[in-house]
Design a protein around this ligand. Structure first.
Ligand code: AHM
Ligand code: MG
Length: 282
């Protein structure tokens, strides 16, 4: 599987360069969720597809930017599901964005998820990699050829960051009670609108809550299970935190019906997830 990590490192250098130097405008197309695509979304998708074509252990790839599964290698064992440039609408205001990867073997669900990674393109490029059963590992791009290991990531029992997603006007009363309750306890608001930097911040500050709930206008939330929710669920769980849906059930038990299905999600350290369970009565 480390051959996939190496490919992700190569991809990260290339996407970082594209972000720095290429056109930020819109492309002609839309993605599978009907959203307009930036040229950078399309370019990042092409960079990933091109690099994974050279990794023979990858059987199929599924991109958030495409409708269908793409078959790569008959003898491959893994399916890699990825969001090439998450939060790309933040690029024009020069905030951090990221790429997310879920590596599945067998079933395309939480049980089949064997490894995950994300890359943050911020003031510097960082990469987090996790394999099921191990602590997540943090690396940073030392130069254009090498990522350097920084350390393992472990969450504390409790943090002090609150990153609440979704349109507040459409929150359910019990969700508002959860978010307000944490602020009353002294939690600080940290929300950029990019799940990669927002979740990265909570991980490196060792605790807090990231939530993207089901809302009155989007009962199943916004974030996609295979590309966004499940990879981070594995990372948070392996870091000693929890990742649950609105019933308080581990997101790793999710069984997506369709590749672009979404799910409400709550990721954090144990204290905040317990607070979520109490507020939701689950
Ligand atoms: P994208 O994949 O189209 O970029 O959308 C996902 C992003 C996440 O990074 C972020 O958590 C969420 O959308 C923010 O949504 P909102 O603007 O509704 O808070
Ligand atoms: Mg995304």
């Amino acid at each position: 599987m480390l051959i996939i990590l190496k490919a992700i490192e190569d991809i990260a250098y290339k996407i970082e360069k594209a972000i720095q130097h290429e056109d930020l405008g819109y492309s002609e197309g839309q993605n599978s969720s009907g959203e307009s695509q930036l040229k950078l979304d399309v370019r990042s998708d092409a960079i990933i597809e091109h690099r994974f074509k050279n990794v023979s252990v990858i059987k199929d790839i599924i991109s958030e930017e495409k409708d269908e599964i793409m078959h790569l290698h008959d003898k491959g064992k893994y399916t890699v599901c990825y969001d090439p440039l998450d939060g790309s609408s933040l690029v024009d205001v020069n905030l951090s964005v990221g790429s997310i990867f879920g590596i599945y073997k067998g079933s395309l669900d939480g049980e089949g998820l064997v490894a995950a990674a994300y890359v943050v393109y911020g003031p510097r490029v960082e990469l987090v990699w996790v394999q099921k059963g191990q602590k997540p590992k943090l690396y940073y791009a030392k130069n254009q050829k090498e990522f350097s290991f920084v350390g393992e990531i472990t969450l504390n029992e409790k943090g002090n960051i609150n990153a609440p997603g979704g349109t507040q006007k459409h929150w359910e009363p019990h969700h508002k009670a959860l978010i307000d309750g944490l602020f009353e306890e002294g939690y600080r608001l940290r929300y950029s609108g990019g799940m990669v930097p927002d979740l990265h911040q909570i991980l490196l500050k060792k605790g807090g809550l990231f939530s993207y709930p089901g809302t009155l206008d989007k009962p199943k939330g916004k974030l996609r299970q295979l590309f966004e929710v499940l990879p981070f669920a594995l990372i948070y769980t392996m870091a000693g935190g929890e990742a649950v849906d609105s019933k308080g059930v581990s997101l790793l038990q999710l069984k997506p019906d369709h590749i672009h299905d979404t799910s409400p999600c709550f990721l954090g350290s144990r204290y905040e997830i317990q607070a979520m369970r109490e507020a939701y009565g689950v």
